[in-house]
Each structure stands twice: as C-alpha cells, then as structure tokens.
Write a protein that binds this ligand. Structure first.
Ligand SMILES: [Fe+2]
Ligand SMILES: [Fe+2]
Length: 280
C-alpha cells in the first residue's frame, strides 16, 4: 500500500468539495432531454468555421472516459493506497463523479446539437467520436497539485471559449447550449481554484515548482492525439479565441489571493506565468 506524497490535508479537500456541491444544487442542474428546443436547432445559421468549432469541442468533451480515468489512476479508491490516502481520494471522488456527470452531459448536449441542427447523423458521429475516444489520455504529473492546476487552466480556457463562441453564433439553440456549458465550466474552475489556493496556503513555496511545471509544459487535452489538432485549433481560433493562455491571468489571480506576502519563488512563478501569456 502506498501513500501519495504531497496530498492536501483531508479537511481542506472536504471544504473544497462541500463548496463545489453547495454551488451545484439539483435545482440548478439541467439535462439534455428538456433544457433546449432541439426542434429549432439550425446549423444553417452558422458559418462553416462555427460548425467546425462545434465538431471540435464535441470531440474534446467526448473524451471524458479518458479524463475521468486519470483521477482513478492517480487518486485510487482501492486497496493500492493506505487508509489516509484512501480517505483523501474518497472525498475527492465525491467531486469527481459529479464533475464527470456534468462533462458527460456536455458531450451528449453537443452531439445532440450536431444531430438536431443537421451537422451530423448520430451513427456517423458516434463512429467518428470513437476513433478519437479510444485513444489513451494521461497527464504526466508526479505532484497532486498539478492535476488541479492543469484543470484550473483547462476549465477556465474552455469557459472563455464557450462564452466567446456563444457571443458570435446566430443559432439561439447553440447559444443556449454554450451558455449552460460555460456556466458549468466556471463552477469547475472555481473548485480547482479553491483546491490550488488551499495547496498554496498549506504548502507555500513547496508547490511553486510543480505549478510552474504545469504551465511550462501545458497542452490542451487531446492536442497530442487528435488528428489534425493544431491545424484545427488554429482554424477555430479565428472563430472564437481558443488560446488557453488567456486563462493564465486567472491562475495569477488565484496565486495572488492565496498568498498574503509574495515570497521570491512565488514572485518568480507569477512573472513566469505572465510571460507565458500570448494575448495582449
Ligand atoms: Fe465540459
Ligand atoms: Fe468542465
């Protein structure tokens, strides 16, 4: 049985998970079946680039089984870990399963939109998604804070993208879908920001290098495996900016709020994160 080094004290994690679930009551939940007027969906109102963007984000969201599995591998909830590690991982699981349900709903909503709006028929889309979906996904991290720092950037980048895409599309059904999705991503970001904040407060400079490593080696999910990813990503950046470095200013804000007085390593980290931003 192993102990995962560097885990947040379980009480801190419990507070973060409780906060996330309190911000996610059933009364605010939505479902694919009833939340949208699918009969009114019309991809004819979209530009070619916007249709391409919908196809792209459907692929990204549809890879959920791969993302979900990262948590099982790196935060196991079985007898491969000792009891204190299990307690931490069991608490995290309360977040992970809810998060996974929401992300799976995103994948279904986008696929349903494609079908309803006339972008793809269901069987063809399923087969296309399977080609990418069965490719492996992993995050090459050794410190637990890195999984949360990575997700912090990724959730914020996705939220920003959905908002920007929503603002330019002329199909109100797609706009409604993107509004739902971006609100969920904002809540996911808030959880990750809370956890990273708690790591910074608890471990201080000890988590600076691991967080720096996440930014230094950041890749959006599937950028290494998705066929034609870079060409596609550049193309949809014209439609609505998909530059993940736009999320870095939010990471800087989290760091700033977490630490009362910046140490030299924290100062260096903030300068580095700022230097990685490609947006003006
Ligand atoms: Fe999502
Ligand atoms: Fe998300």
């Amino acid at each position: 049985m192993i102990t995962t080094p560097g885990l947040l004290p379980v009480g801190d994690l419990v507070a973060a998970v409780d906060g996330f679930l309190a911000a996610s009551p059933a009364t605010r939940a939505w479902d694919v079946e009833t939340a949208f007027d699918w009969a009114a969906a019309d991809a004819g109102r979209l530009t070619e680039g916007q249709r391409s963007a919908v196809q792209f984000v459907t692929l990204i969201e549809d890879h959920l089984p791969g993302y979900f599995d990262v948590y099982h591998r790196h935060f196991p909830v079985d007898d491969s870990v000792d009891l204190p590690t299990f307690e931490h991982n069991r608490e995290l699981y309360h977040f992970t399963v809810r998060w996974a349900l929401e992300e799976d709903t995103h994948a279904r909503a986008l696929a349903r939109y494609q079908e309803a709006a006339g972008i793809a028929d269901r069987d063809t889309l399923r087969s296309e998604l399977a080609v990418e979906g069965h490719k492996p996904f992993d995050l090459p991290y050794d410190h637990p804070v890195q999984f949360f720092a990575y997700a912090l950037v990724q959730e914020k980048a996705t939220q920003i993208y959905y908002q920007q895409l929503r603002d330019v599309v002329a199909d109100p059904v797609l706009a409604a879908v993107l509004t739902r999705l971006s609100r969920d991503e904002a809540r996911h970001f808030s959880f990750m920001a809370d956890v990273v904040t708690r790591y910074l407060r608890h471990d201080g400079d000890a988590v600076v290098a691991p967080i720096r490593d996440v930014v230094a080696n950041f890749r959006m999910p599937l950028s290494d495996t998705l066929r034609g990813y870079w060409r596609w990503a550049l193309r949809i950046a014209d439609v609505a900016d998909y530059d993940h470095t736009a999320a870095y200013e939010h990471l800087v804000k989290v760091i700033d709020r977490a630490v009362d007085a910046r140490t030299e390593p924290v100062d260096e980290l903030v300068a580095f994160v700022d230097s990685c931003r490609t947006l003006a």
